[in-house]
Structure formats: structure tokens, C-alpha cells
Design a protein. Structure first.
Length: 386
């Protein structure tokens, strides 16, 4: 297949340069679902770029008869953050101009509707469309979301203008508002395993990514990219359930964490790409040899509540002298890490050992072993916590 490649300018800079994003759009010879994938929303999280490059290469080698529907891919979706540096290190989690996390800026129709109940109420929509077919419901709700979203575009040209983040998010969300499945490829800022975030009632699909672990999303504010996409549909499902119409839309959003930040580890990339291929084959979008892989029949991703992921912060400043390997299962009462702490009161340096009170899986570990008091050391999923 030869993709349709479109470059979109997203920001004109003080220097006179223009930043852009580039969309690779593959269209199968049969109509079907639309999948949207992006990577590198956070600047240091680059593994997804390699995953999506390999997916583009794979799709280029396929015949259009092997794709049902459309796949839209945007690697390097945030040039603002990807180009940010401090010496050898790329940070790029926050917009230095506003201090905002680049993945907490997105437009959420559920919030928009709640603020304008007279015109956009999701409860009212559910009552009006309660007896529609699933296809009609999806089409009508998409149109309602689109109308509200397009009204934002109209404000671009007003004398007041729009702040940078609102302009930027418009470009990304405009491309995926009508998608069926979105996959946002991230990595940890630190050293980390592969895992995914899963919204409720989407657990069966999570298994298709063939990852060992995932985190269930129950608490969220709607401003992350996956949340902004999925939340209105979850809200509509809830409103319909109140009217005795039980329905789970085949609409899904996934954030996949692919290994460590500032890294492009071949194993993390292999598992990331394998999972996406397997998911697309399981959904009937890609027809490729051997996929879905045979292990799909038995694989179950172990999902934990988000609240089970516990962050550890340094009790004192110092140097991290021992840290666990990512993915390690640490028994209750065992050492998690060791910190060498220095002082200015005439004493010899002290070694501090920190143990886990509960059995846990180490999801990520600080890349930087130099720590001030209160800085992030690691994240552990406490398996037995409820
Ligand atoms: Zn991220």
C-alpha cells in the first residue's frame, strides 16, 4: 500500500520557521473501522516513533486487500516537546511556556456538555436516541461532538485568537474525533516496563496487546488524550444504562507505555509493535500471516487498579546506590532500594535502606540516581492492595 501523506503546519514560530506534523494515511479496499495512532506526545518518549515507523513499513508492504478500514499514523506528533533539551537530556513532558503537561491539555466533550446542559446534555441525547441502533447512536453522537468541536475552529480567526495549547490540541483531535480506536504511544520518563492503561468495560480488548500488565482507569479528569476521546462515550453508555439500554460501544482508546524514556530498547519496541499488530488483527482490521498470534487464545493481561500503583519518593537527598531491575517482583519486607545520604553536620555518610510493606511489581525506576529529598525514586504496583 502507498500511504497518503499529508503535512499539517501547526505553529508559526518567532524565528519565522513553521512546525508541522505529518500524517500517514492507509486506506484498505474495504470500508471499515478507523484507527488513529500517534507517538512522542511527551518529548523524551521516543520508542513509539520507532514502533510507528515499523508499522508504516509493514503497511507499505501489504496489499490494500489486507486492510479493512483506515489506519492514520502520526509519529513525532509533538515537535514542541521532541526538540526540547537540557544538555544531553530531553525532557519535554511540560510546555515550558505554560508549565502544563502536554498530555493534560485536551478537549473533553463530556466537560463541554456538562458546562452547556441546555444545548449539549449527554443525558438528553441518550433519552432522544435510546431506541436507535448502535450504528445510528454512534453516528448521531459523533455528529454532536463534531459540531461542538468545529465551533472551536471558528474562534481561530477572531481578534482574540487562541492560546498555543488550544491550537495544538485542535490539530490532533481534529484528526481522530471520528476514529473507532486510538492508540497513543508513550514511554515512562524513567526506566520502565511495557504496560497499558485500560478504561472500564474495555478489558477483553486489552488482552490483544499481549502485554503482561495494565492499569485500569477509574479516576481521571478527562484532559489526557485517551481520556478526552473515550470519556464522552463512557458517559453516553452510563446514561443509556440508566434508561435500561445496556450497550458497550466498539470505541476504544489506549495509552501504551513502551519501555523507558530517552531510549529505544529493541525488546520494548518489539513487544510494542507485536501488541499493536495483534490488536489490529484481532479487531479484523489487518489480515496478516500468523496474526492474531496463537497465544492470543490464552493470554490474559494482568490489570491492576490505578490506585495500586504506589510512588516512592526519596526520604533524604543522596545518591541512589542500589535500585531494583524493572519488572522485579519484590516480596513484602524486602529491600526496594538503597540511598547513600550525605550531610553537613560532621557525621559520616549514611546508607538508607527502603523496603516495601507489601509484595509489589516494580513498574519504573528513576533514571537519575542523584536525588533531592522528595524526588521520585520508583513506582511499585502493590499486588495485594485492594
Ligand atoms: Zn507520556
Amino acid at each position: 500500500m502507498i500511504p497518503d501523506i499529508q503535512t499539517r503546519p501547526i505553529a508559526h514560530l518567532a524565528s519565522g520557521d513553521t512546525l508541522g506534523i505529518q500524517l500517514y494515511r492507509f486506506v484498505g479496499d474495504r470500508p471499515g473501522k478507523k484507527v488513529y495512532l500517534q507517538s512522542n506526545l511527551h518529548g523524551s518518549e521516543v520508542s513509539g516513533n520507532v514502533v510507528l515507523q515499523q508499522l508504516i513499513a509493514l503497511l507499505c508492504d501489504l496489499d490494500s486487500s489486507q486492510l479493512q478500514g483506515e489506519i492514520w499514523i502520526i509519529p513525532n506528533c509533538n515537535p514542541f516537546s521532541a526538540n526540547q533539551r537540557s544538555h544531553h537530556f530531553s525532557s519535554g513532558r511540560y510546555n515550558p511556556y505554560t508549565g502544563h503537561d502536554w498530555n493534560r491539555i485536551f478537549w473533553d466533550y463530556e466537560k463541554h456538555a456538562a458546562a452547556q446542559p441546555q444545548t449539549c446534555s449527554i443525558a438528553t441525547f441518550a433519552k432522544q436516541h435510546r431506541d436507535d441502533s448502535p450504528e445510528q447512536l454512534i453516528q448521531s453522537f459523533r455528529q454532536q461532538i463534531r459540531r461542538a468541536f468545529d465551533a472551536i475552529a471558528d474562534t481561530f480567526q477572531t481578534p482574540h485568537g487562541l492560546p498555543l495549547e488550544q491550537r495544538y490540541r485542535y490539530h490532533l483531535q481534529d484528526l481522530c474525533l471520528d476514529a473507532d480506536y486510538i492508540i497513543d504511544c508513550h514511554s515512562s520518563s524513567n526506566l520502565a516496563i511495557n504496560y497499558l492503561y485500560c478504561f472500564h468495560d474495555r478489558q477483553p480488548s486489552a488482552d490483544a496487546f499481549l502485554l503482561q500488565y495494565g492499569l485500569l482507569m477509574h479516576d481521571y479528569d478527562g484532559n489526557a488524550f485517551d481520556e478526552a476521546f473515550c470519556k464522552p462515550w463512557l458517559a453516553l453508555e452510563r446514561e443509556l444504562a440508566k434508561l435500561d439500554r445496556a450497550i458497550i460501544f466498539d470505541i476504544e482508546a489506549w495509552t501504551i507505555e513502551i519501555g523507558s524514556g530517552m531510549d529505544a530498547d529493541p525488546d520494548a519496541i518489539y513487544r510494542g509493535l507485536r501488541g499493536i499488530k495483534n490488536y489490529l488483527a484481532t479487531k479484523g482490521i489487518l489480515d496478516i500471516p500468523k496474526f492474531p498470534l496463537v497465544q492470543s487464545l490464552s493470554h490474559r493481561t494482568q490489570l491492576f487498579e490505578r490506585s495500586q500503583l504506589v510512588n516512592y519518593y526519596a526520604p533524604r537527598g543522596g545518591t541512589l546506590s542500589q535500585r531494583p531491575l524493572i519488572g522485579t517482583i519484590v516480596p513484602a519486607g524486602q529491600q526496594l532500594y538503597q540511598l547513600v545520604s550525605f550531610n553537613r553536620n560532621g557525621n559520616i555518610p549514611e546508607t538508607i535502606e527502603v523496603c516495601t510493606p507489601q509484595r509489589g511489581i516494580v513498574f519504573d525506576v528513576a533514571r537519575n540516581c542523584s536525588l533531592n529529598e522528595g524526588e521520585y525514586v520508583l513506582g511499585v504496583v502493590e499486588c495485594d492492595r485492594t
